[in-house]
Design a protein around this ligand. Structure first.
Ligand code: NZQ
Ligand code: ZN
Length: 391
């Protein structure tokens, strides 16, 4: 039995007004010169950025601003952030935004601390050996980046656009200020994408080979049911604190390792790899891409262990039929306006597109993916074909 690590050093402050603590927490962490990193403007429109910068100014904390992070964050902006940290002797990075901002902040932290080409860490050339510390004020419940060891960056500098993740304990940021009220302004589409991503971080871990701790399975079902209960409420009533708070905390716990604690390994993650190829090439939203793929993946791998699907169905729906379980999860995705095939995602894939994407996932046949079922290029091609309605 493999020994599983469960390591969550991130100091979480959760609840209405959590962002008010930003200066106090930064000071407690030794920050003196801060890079405030944010996205395309939502934090300006909501007034959050002004509020944060006023708190920093009043506390006498020097800061520099870098906005402009886009969904599927780009390495070009990361490089700009690294230059700012190095030239201006900044000693802390404060991410104010969603997962893309957090991931970009983590990349700036790695690049500033380690020197050299930051992309090395994402294409597997070098290991991260430290980071300029990162803290966050989260505005979107989805990726769990606020407690995860992961950062996912898109390389927009090459002819072929690559999206790659790197996992390291240096990616577990020092603090996360989680105020569910800051997610009231998230659009219905991003709310649904976020709910899907949160569910998928638990489902990816649930489907794995080898020992599964029943307590962890039961926690997984509880988390999934909470998201399925609260996402429709948040869509109907965007400012429902209870719904937003439950979704937010589920988002953090879904991806901090808890949902694989005690299990044989960290899970399958094939759907994430298959999705990342889509968001790299077509810039689709990560959560929507996952919903579009999951059902096809599930049907393709079902025979490996139908009992795992039955247990999930019983835990979620009181339904032990594995095929009906898959259908019910898909029904839920559709009920929150998520696509369950590539057409619904806006992608009209033919056989050639499926082949190209499958080769992209395996880095041109250089790797396999998955753990519940190990998938090679042909398997991934078949899954894309199913998702495209061609099989
Ligand atoms: O850029 P702004 O103007 O802030 O708008 C964003 C963006 O357009 C908007 N938004 C965020 N907070 C808002 C808001 N709009 C209104 N009110 C608010 N409070 O939402 C849009 C999407 O934001 P983004 O940060 O891209 O979304 P998400 O949090 O889903 O992050 C997606 C990225 O994270 C990666 C994905 O691949 C994708 O690149 N992932 C990161 C992971 C990790 N680090 O652990 C794990 C995931 O599996 C995932 O791969
Ligand atoms: Zn994800």
């Amino acid at each position: 039995m493999a020994i599983k690590e469960y390591y969550t050093p991130t100091h979480v402050y959760f609840g209405a007004g959590a962002e008010d603590k930003v200066a106090e927490v930064l000071k407690a962490n030794g920050a003196t010169r801060v890079l405030v990193h944010f996205g395309g403007g939502s934090v300006k429109r909501s007034g959050l950025l002004d509020k944060v910068e006023k708190i920093l100014s009043e506390a006498g904390i020097y800061y520099a601003e870098l906005g402009g992070v886009v969904p599927n964050p780009r390495v070009s902006l990361v490089r700009k952030g690294i230059a700012m940290v190095q030239d201006d002797n900044l000693d802390y990075i404060l991410a104010v935004g969603g997962g893309s901002v957090l991931d970009s902040a983590k990349a700036i932290g790695y690049g500033s601390y380690n020197g050299g080409d930051v992309w090395d860490f994402y294409c597997g050339k070098r290991a991260v050996e430290g980071t300029v510390p990162v803290g966050s004020i989260l505005t979107l419940s989805a990726t769990g980046s606020e407690m995860s060891d992961s950062s996912v960056i898109t390389n927009d500098e090459t002819d072929i656009v690559y999206k790659r993740g790197t996992n390291t304990n240096y990616g577990r940021i020092s603090f996360a200020l989680l105020n569910p009220e800051l997610t009231y302004t998230v659009s219905p589409y991003q709310t649904s994408c976020g709910a899907t991503d949160i569910m998928m971080h638990t489902l990816e871990r649930y489907f794995h080979q080898g020992y599964a701790l029943d307590f962890t399975d039961q926690l997984s079902f509880t988390l999934l049911k909470e998201v399925m209960k609260n996402a429709p409420i948040a869509l109907e009533h965007p400012d429902d604190y209870d719904a937003r708070a439950n979704i937010m905390w589920c988002g953090s716990l879904s991806h901090n390792g808890l949902m694989a604690a005690g299990n044989a390994n960290n899970g399958d993650w094939a759907c994430h790899q298959i999705e990342h190829e889509l968001s790299a090439e077509f810039d689709v939203a990560h959560g929507a891409g996952l919903a579009a793929i999951w059902g096809s993946w599930a049907r393709y791998v079902l025979d490996v262990d139908p009992s795992r699907f039955s247990k999930l169905g019983e835990g979620l729906f009181g339904e032990s039929d594995p095929v009906k379980t898959i259908e019910k999860v898909e029904e839920f995705f559709r009920s929150i306006n998520m696509p369950t095939d590539l057409k619904g995602l806006g992608l009209d894939f033919d056989e050639e597109a499926c082949r190209k994407a499958a080769l992209g996932v395996t880095f041109q046949n250089a790797r396999t993916i998955g753990n519940f079922k190990v998938l090679d290029t042909e398997d991934i091609f078949n899954i894309y074909m199913m998702a495209a309605g061609l099989k």
